[in-house]
Design a protein around this ligand. Structure first.
Ligand code: ATP
Length: 693
């Protein structure tokens, strides 16, 4: 059934396109006097009819398959992109010089939305969770990114078109090839081949060069643009390299994430917080990745804004004091077991149950999943098209305890908009080792505790013989070894009779069993030093904005040319427009006064005095998602209030002039609903309402 419907959609789309061309050429002929108005009108009517037929086919496809058809998806995306670019939500950067892939400018409505969304994030996380906000430089010295592992490992595998040299991400090509094979209805895979392909798809992200190369060959992958053969995959580091200072001898990078700025400030932040855990620090700022082949608009760019949180917590106690507030929430969870099962579908599950059943590793991670879900809903993501997907075991770094991605369904498929990870103590340990600065917290026990501790006792004579002038430094390093490292050394001596220790200046020395003794001793301790674990929710603001665009965009029933964004008042770029019904000095003056009252109430607004019909002006504000419109007419001058129109229902009521700013303020703050406003104030008379649509 689906292939026939797909064909019907394709045919209907072609017909719409052809008729659109006819209308355009008739309009041009009309101007030249070679066609009549009646011919144009007739052609437009036919175009509307064809569009309705197309929309019926699309609905039928969606009803039959539960998803948008590929043509449907493309048509949807083309309409959306056209509106976004035409109304300057965003603009390809450096456009007049031919643009550079992976860079976008936000235009006026885009800037306002980004500002609103970022502000909502700050309110939802930084303020409501009492986080410590920091702002660190984007240019980062190499030492920091060496310690974090980015210099060595922040790579993607790349392949090139052997004839043109064009670059592609190897994993993306492979994923596309496997997905195409799985969806191919003409040459369906056998059940065994399907299972193998599905397993391979789940593991693409973790494949090394050799495995990727073999899989690309197996699926016969060629360069998508030219169909030329491709090279074998090789690693490419995504960081932009630079040099700091005029001599150029200090290597730096533009940060690929904002998180490292928080880790390197951990000690000062802990002090600022009175030495107490848990606490969270947050940073909003730009990150830079030299993405290999950025092709998905705002979703994959080379400079983007991240909002990241590092929540530092005692590794032995990952409960969250406010977990009760989110325990009953039921976001769609796509756990490891669900991904491996036959059904492969996410399920709504309460976060309380997910923690008690061990699906989510701990309360703190689950708390942030709940808060993230509420944030996405607050900014207008459709909860039915959002899920939290747990990383499969092999997708996680060896140190990570549990990771979940907040994914949103779009015309590009499921898109990761935020990653939430329990990264254990990895980052702070890495910076402790590299910077020789203890990044630990102190826990004072309620009662002194008798504990077994490891004491490292160097044999001074053996040390002297082995290390000569370095003996003192090695001895001190051994005596100062933290408990966990002493345990590592003990195990390594036990296994091969030797191990290593790093002195204060960073030199690594090999020690043998003969040089020291490691004893377990009973000690009374008032407290302990430990490296905190970190739970990291990391958000990409641009990706969220794009998903909000997709989930907010629709066209008016029966008229695909009338685009609307149903932005929530929180993110809407402008909260209200004010229209004088016609061009008259007295109406303009009254509109100016209303605009001033809205501004005084903290509501961004535009006064539209263009001579267009009121219907056209409503359509223009719908296109940038303004939720409320106020129209000033002659009755306003007679003290009969103004028209207030709501964007999605298009219903209108009459509100007294001196109440209008407060009514909109309450609507924007969700202190009152549109239904309540409609019940309280008289409806605009039907004839005038019709005239003003
Ligand atoms: N190139 C990019 N363009 C826009 N946003 C991005 C980009 N890369 C990452 N992000 C955002 O930053 C967040 C955190 O970054 P993270 O390193 O976890 O992403 P990632 O797993 O590398 O993403 P992907 O696998 O899609 O490349 C992501 O969830 C995403 O929202």
């Amino acid at each position: 059934m689906a292939p026939e419907l797909e064909q019907a959609i394709a045919a209907a789309q072609a017909a719409v396109q052809q008729q659109g061309d006819t209308v355009r050429s008739l309009k041009a002929s009309l101007k030249d006097g070679n066609a009549q108005q009646s011919q144009v009108e007739e052609a437009i009517q036919k175009l509307q009819q064809l569009k309705l037929e197309l929309s019926e086919h699309q609905k039928a496809y969606q009803a039959a398959t539960g998803k948008a058809s590929s043509q449907n998806k493309e048509a949807f995306r083309a309409g959306l992109t056209n509106t976004l670019e035409r109304r300057l939500f965003y603009i390809p950067s450096f456009k007049i010089y031919g643009s550079v892939a992976g860079f976008y400018d936000y235009g006026p409505p885009g800037c306002a939305i980004k500002q609103n969304l970022t502000q909502a994030w700050r309110q939802h996380f930084v303020l409501e969770e009492n986080m410590l906000e920091v702002e660190c430089p984007a240019v980062t010295p190499e030492a920091v990114l060496k310690a974090s592992g980015h210099v060595e490992r922040f790579t993607d595998f790349m392949v090139t078109d052997v004839k043109t040299g064009d670059c592609y991400r190897a994993d993306h090509l492979l994923e596309a090839a496997i997905e195409a094979a799985l969806e191919d209805t003409k040459a369906p895979l056998s059940p065994e081949a399907r299972k193998e392909a599905e397993d391979m798809l789940a593991g693409v992200g973790e494949m090394r060069a050799e495995a990727l190369g073999a899989a690309l060959t197996k699926f016969g992958v060629v360069a998508p643009d030219t169909k030329n053969p491709i090279s074998t995959p090789f690693p490419f580091n995504l960081m932009f390299k630079t040099s700091i200072g005029p001599r150029g001898d200090l290597v730096g990078y533009l940060r690929p994430e904002t998180a490292q700025g928080i880790f390197v400030n951990f000690r000062d932040l802990l002090y600022f917080n009175g030495g107490k855990l848990p606490f969270a620090a947050a940073q909003i700022g730009n990150a830079y990745r030299n993405e290999i082949s950025p092709r998905a608009g705002l979703l994959r760019v080379r400079e983007f804004t991240q909002a990241e949180i590092e929540h530092f917590v005692n590794p032995d106690d990952k409960r969250h004091p406010k977990f009760d507030k989110v325990a009953a929430l039921q976001p769609l969870l796509y756990s490891r077991a669900m991904q491996m099962g036959d059904d492969k579908r996410a399920q709504a599950l309460s976060l309380g149950d997910a923690v008690s059943q061990g699906i989510i590793a701990n309360q703190t991670l689950a708390y942030f999943i709940g808060r993230t879900w509420l944030f996405f809903l607050r900014v207008g993501v459709d909860p039915a098209r959002m899920r939290f997907r747990q990383h499969l075991q092999h997708e996680m770094a060896h140190y990570a305890e549990d990771c979940w991605d907040a994914e949103v369904q779009t015309s590009y498929g499921w898109v990761e908009c935020a990653g939430l990870a329990d990264r254990s103590a990895y980052d702070l340990r890495a910076h402790t080792t590299a910077s020789k600065t203890e990044l630990t917290a102190y826990e004072k026990f309620a009662e002194p505790r008798e504990v077994d501790v490891l004491r490292v006792i160097p044999n001074k004579k053996e040390m002297g013989t082995a290390f000569k002038k370095d003996a003192k430094a090695v001895t001190e390093a051994l005596e100062a070894l933290p408990e966990e490292e002493a345990e590592c050394l003990r195990k390594s001596l036990e296994a091969d009779g030797k191990g290593s220790v790093t002195s204060a200046d960073g030199t690594k020395f090999t020690v043998t069993s003969a040089m020291l003794e490691i004893k377990r001793e009973r000690k009374k301790l008032a407290g302990r030093n430990f490296t905190p674990s970190v739970i990291e929710p990391s958000f990409g603001i641009g990706r969220i904005i794009y998903c909000v665009f997709e989930h907010s965009y629709y066209t008016r029933e029966g008229d695909e040319t009338r685009a609307v964004f149903k932005f929530t008042p929180t993110v809407a770029p402008t909260k209200a427009t004010v229209f004088p019904l016609v061009q008259k000095e007295a109406l303009n003056e009254q509109a100016g006064k209303i605009s001033a009252a809205l501004t005084a109430a903290g509501l961004s607004n535009i006064v539209d005095t263009t001579g267009n019909t009121i219907g056209k002006r409503y359509a223009r504000t719908d296109e940038i998602g303004v939720p409320y419109a106020v129209t000033v007419d002659f009755q306003t001058l007679e003290g009969e209030g103004v028209t207030l129109r709501e964007r999605d229902t298009m219903t209108q009521v009459r509100v007294p002039v001196d109440e209008i700013a407060q009514v909109i303020r309450k609507l924007v703050d969700s202190a009152i609903s549109w239904q309540e406003v409609a019940a309280k104030y008289p409806a605009q008379k039907a004839a005038e309402q019709e005239e003003q649509q």
